[in-house]
Design a protein around this ligand. Structure first.
Ligand code: GLY
Length: 375
């Protein structure tokens, strides 16, 4: 890495960690989702994003050693457990991995606390409970009648909870379910050109794929940029745990499709197939997830093949810092502006999103040498 890039990285990473530490003083172990006028508003623990703020606290704790950050993350994790053991259990979905990997799994890896290990085991079992073995097997995303049988690309990023549990508890059942879901998703969600479907509906009895839906993207045949990021990061992780070559090949193909469709300024639009793509709202969170996913993929390739992905991740992070960073506004709660949550539903457009911040700091730390993440 060039000296100037290294200096940029050190400064940007340290500034991000300082901002997380400052926000932790005000909010402690809360659950955050999106900003309103530069302020994160705490939500309930049942939101799918509830693992990311405690996850940011742990990412920062591992660098600074500040015990207040660890305590705040542990406090949030206890509330997360309550949320899956009371009536909120009925609201639980496939994102249980997003909720418990950055929290219980990470805190267990950092501290060895048996309570964190038990909570991660509970979460892995809850995710297993969503598996439908019909056809080739798939993890169903949601519970309500109108959303049954839906399988979404995002679930690829929840599989590390199962792969981790298989290794940690020496129980191959967790791995077998993750493998079945990943193979099914590869067949039904990844298109030959490396773009991806967001949602595919399956017959719950036969396991037959029935229809493709646009979901959070523009249309069934367009390409939601965050879905692309979830896909190639998720397949890279599935390969890291399983060494199934098709998963790495899928990650490679989807990552290249993502990079080939990035606009010149380097920040992804919310959907690569949006009709007004040059001026459409950007999604910095898709960029941050992609940067971390590219670094994951690079580490799984021979050095010569991995290097271009490290360079692409570095460019992406610099573009995010330049066009979406909050360095010019010390009062802003977030690390990255200009993210899009769910444009078709008109939700959270051009705001900061907590998962964008999470993957941004994760990617900055990876570029600066971090090896073991929560995934
Ligand atoms: N997992 C939902 C999203 O990416 O918005």
């Amino acid at each position: 890495m060039q000296t100037s890039t290294h200096e940029w990285l050190t400064t940007t990473r340290a500034a991000a960690e300082a901002r997380v530490t400052a926000l932790a003083l005000r909010l402690g172990g809360a659950f955050l989702h999106a900003t309103d006028a530069g302020r994160y508003l705490p939500l309930d623990a049942d939101e799918w994003t509830s693992g990311f703020w405690p996850g940011l606290l742990l990412l920062t704790y591992r660098r600074t050693g500040d015990p207040a950050l660890l305590a705040a993350a542990a406090h949030a994790e206890a509330e997360l457990e309550r949320a899956v053991c009371d009536d909120r259990l009925y609201l639980l979905h496939h994102d249980v991995g997003f909720q418990f990997s950055p929290t219980a799994v990470m805190r267990y890896k950092l501290t060895g606390d048996p309570t964190a290990r038990r909570r991660a085991f509970l979460a892995a079992n809850l995710l297993m409970g969503r598996f439908n073995p019909a056809g080739t097997g798939f993890i169903e995303a949601w519970n309500t009648e109108e959303r049954r049988g839906l399988v979404i690309i995002d679930t690829m990023m929840n599989l590390p909870l199962l792969f981790w549990a298989a290794d940690e508890f020496q129980q191959p059942r967790f791995r077998n379910v993750a493998l079945a879901h990943a193979h099914t998703t590869l067949r039904t969600h990844v298109r030959p050109d490396g773009s991806t479907n967001h949602i595919v509906r399956f017959d719950q009895e036969t396991g037959m794929p029935l229809e493709t839906r646009g979901g959070q993207g523009y249309a069934p045949d367009s390409c939601w940029s965050r879905g692309q990021s979830w896909a190639f990061y998720g397949f890279a992780l599935a390969y890291r745990y399983s060494r199934v070559p098709e998963f790495r090949a899928a990650a490679y193909r989807v990552a290249n499709s993502f990079l080939a469709t990035l606009p010149p300024e380097g920040v992804p639009p919310w959907d690569f197939g949006a009709p007004d793509v040059a001026t459409a709202p950007r999604d910095s969170s898709a960029g941050a997830i992609a940067a971390s996913g590219l670094l994951e993929l690079a580490a799984l390739l021979p050095p010569g093949e991995g290097k271009p992905f490290v360079a692409a991740a570095t460019d992406l992070l610099m573009a995010l810092a330049a066009h979406c960073g909050t360095a010019d506004d010390p009062a802003h709660d977030a690390l990255l502006r200009h993210a899009t949550g769910n444009l078709p539903k008109g939700q959270n457009i051009d705001v900061a999103l907590i998962y964008g911040d999470y993957y941004y700091l994760e990617a900055l730390q990876k570029l600066d040498g971090l090896r073991e993440t929560c995934w």
